[in-house]
Ligand binder design. Structure first.
Ligand code: ADP
Ligand code: ZN
Length: 617
């Protein structure tokens, strides 16, 4: 490798990509010119290339600061497969390995060094690095400096000193989550010097958004998973207990599902994470403790079994799907219970009043988004300050427009029933009264004597819960946490009760819409392989699996699904043709090219040696 390659040469030869994507070229130009930069790009946009290429192109070693030490090994492995001299330093590395890393650094044999912030800030590391020529310092997950954000790391605050320690070395801060305020915080706390700013569109067009009322979660999940057979995905749950129960249940349905939450022993967590990355088709069932920085490109779906905290968290969590740009699908289930419980959690949290208000505002924005009846992507993007000018065609609302109905009378009935029962009861009882049920509680309180008893025959229980949920979200009624979720009218209810206001609500679809046409277009790369290509597809995947297991890396480090798909479609017959595919660079061509060419030629996967990855029992 000579030092005179241009960034575009490197992109083509080392990464096997034809052209820069979006603002990558501009970001790289700024770094090449020695300028500080702030880079905001959604997950999957290709941030790594933005700092890796200038690090390879500029003289000296590139320093990548990342809080995610569990992932450094994989990142370094992937770079090495591409022929880049990469290393990492963190506390997980045995001392003799650390010495070897430093040795290579001194001998100027390292192109890229990943390092954990706490390790970097140790005086001896700083001293060591001050004798090196440094090409660029990249600060990944830069939003971790923000004390407002949910990923705050104390160590990140110390990174401001890099400005004085390494004068003249350009620094690049990168993140996938940062609102206006966080952006300014990053610039200020990291002491970036008049940085070039790059803010990419946050749209992830390959991700399909689906939001559905939670009715029978397990049946809904099963239905959803029908179109994601054998694919990797994440299912988020709110509690540890639910994580475990859900993983267990999925296992009994014959799937590979692993639990992940902060209460599990560290070794188990890291073993599960490793299997998720290395094996194909693993479902991770997790609390939000899982996922930051996971850059597995082929996560095909993300399900939320419970509501996330805010639109920001939702966007970040779903953003883990489809980083490779191939179709991915998300599903969020939400119900009356979630609305009540999350509001309660905010009310009872330890936060001070200002913070609580902020949390309430964010939760309400999320709830409102769940209930909307227009294109979800447009609404999401406009929440982040973008104004797309067309509906997306790739969300549940665009694909299966919901029905709405005039709910004025139903809402009046429900609200007056809340009022007549004394604003002391929760959803279940109020609905029982409306429907004229015969329960002990009703006779005990004499509620069968009320004028609202039995006036709600037009809807079933699900129907009433749906109306109530929407009334809660829109603020006509509140659930009082201090009185076990007793429903209480708000001032907004008055004009509606008086008949001065009309109310249109969405009619929830209670049976999953299983229409074949809608489902078959969804996700399911594997299912969309034409029948005549199936055996070659399987052979290509098997070849990749064997190479990955021999090299001890995840399959996607060998080639992404998108590259295998190109092989399938274009059937390259020579090394030159193979090099023309996206994701095939010089180093990978040398190492793996012939194996894949042979598979394409013969249509057969290589015969396994039998010496498979001994790690997993
Ligand atoms: P981020 O860190 O922004 O989430 P990554 O750096 O992991 O994203 O890149 C996402 C995916 O896009 C990776 O699989 C990467 O190899 C691929 N990629 C990046 N840049 C390009 C490009 N110019 N052309 C094609 N694929 C690219
Ligand atoms: Zn849409």
């Amino acid at each position: 490798m000579n030092a005179l390659r241009t960034p575009l040469d490197i992109l083509r030869q080392t990464y096997g990509y034809d052209a820069f994507r979006g603002q990558q070229g501009a970001v790289i130009d700024a770094a090449m010119a020695g300028r500080d930069a702030l880079v905001l790009m959604p997950t999957g946009a290709g941030k790594s290339v933005c700092y890796q290429i200038p690090m390879i192109a500029r003289p000296g070693v590139g320093i990548v600061i990342s809080p995610l030490i569990a992932l450094m090994q994989d990142q370094v492995d992937a770079l090495r497969e591409q022929g880049v001299a990469a290393d990492f330093l963190n506390s997980s590395l045995p001392p003799e390995h650390q010495r070897a890393v430093l040795e290579r650094l001194r001998e100027q044999r390292t192109q890229l060094l990943y390092i954990a912030p706490e390790r970097l800030l140790q005086p001896r590391t700083l001293e060591e690095l001050s004798t090196c020529r440094i090409a660029l310092i990249a600060i990944d997950e830069a939003h971790c400096v923000s004390q407002w954000g949910h990923d705050f790391r104390q160590d990140y605050l110390g990174l401001g000193i890099l400005a004085e320690h390494f004068p003249g070395v350009p620094r690049m801060a990168l993140t996938a989550t940062a609102d206006e305020r966080t952006r300014e915080e990053i610039v200020e706390r990291l002491h970036l010097d008049d940085p070039a700013r790059f803010v990419a569109s946050f749209d992830r067009p390959n991700i399909r958004y689906r939001v559905t009322p939670k009715l029978d979660p397990r049946r809904q999940i099963e239905h959803f998973l029908l179109s994601h057979d054998g694919e990797a995905g994440i299912i988020y749950c709110m509690s540890r207990k639910k994580v475990e129960a859900t993983a267990e249940w999925l296992t009994t349905t014959g799937r590979t599902a692993l639990p992940y939450h902060a209460g599990l022993p560290a070794e188990m967590r890291s073993a599960h994470q490793k299997r998720f990355l290395r094996d194909e088709g693993v479902i991770m069932v997790a609390t939000i403790a899982f996922g930051m920085g996971i850059d597995k490109p082929d996560v095909r779906f993300v399900v939320h079994l419970d509501l996330p905290k805010s639109i920001e968290s939702y966007y970040q969590e779903t953003g883990r799907a489809g980083r490779d740009g191939l179709p991915a699908e998300t599903l969020l289930l939400f119900g009356l219970q979630d609305v009540v419980r999350l509001r309660q959690m905010v009310d009872e949290s330890e936060s001070d009043e200002t913070r609580k208000q902020e949390e309430r505002r964010k939760l309400d924005a999320l709830l409102g988004w769940c209930e909307i009846t227009r294109c979800r992507r447009r609404a999401l993007l406009s929440y982040f300050g973008e104004q797309p000018d067309a509906d997306c065609g790739n969300c549940d609302i665009c694909l299966e427009p919901p029905e709405t109905f005039d709910a004025t009378v139903a809402a009046q009935k429900l609200l007056s029933c809340v009022f007549r029962t004394g604003q002391r009861f929760g959803a279940a009882h109020v609905i029982d009264v409306l429907r004229g049920s015969d329960t002990d509680k009703i006779s005990q309180h004499g509620h069968n004597q009320l004028s609202t008893f039995g006036i709600g025959g037009e809807l079933d229980v699900k129907g009433w819960r749906s109306v109530l949920r929407q009334l809660l979200v829109q603020g006509y009624v509140e659930a009082d946490a201090s009185r076990f979720g007793a429903l209480v009218l708000t001032p907004r209810a008055r004009p509606l009760l008086r008949g001065d206001e009309k109310l249109v609500l969405r009619r929830d679809a209670f049976a999953p819409k299983g229409t074949k046409s809608a489902r078959s277009r969804a996700g399911g790369i594997d299912r969309n392989i034409p029948e005549e290509d199936r055996s070659l597809w399987d052979a290509l995947r098997e070849c990749r699996r064997q190479l990955a297991s021999a090299a001890g890396v995840p399959p996607y480090v060998i080639f992404h699904d998108s590259t295998l798909l190109e092989m399938l479609r274009q059937r390259p017959g020579s090394r030159t043709e193979l090099l023309g595919l996206t994701g095939v660079g010089q180093a990978k061509l040398e190492r793996f090219g012939d194996a894949f060419l042979e598979v394409i030629l013969t249509g057969q996967a290589p015969v396994p040696d039998g010496d498979e990855d001994p790690g997993d029992p």
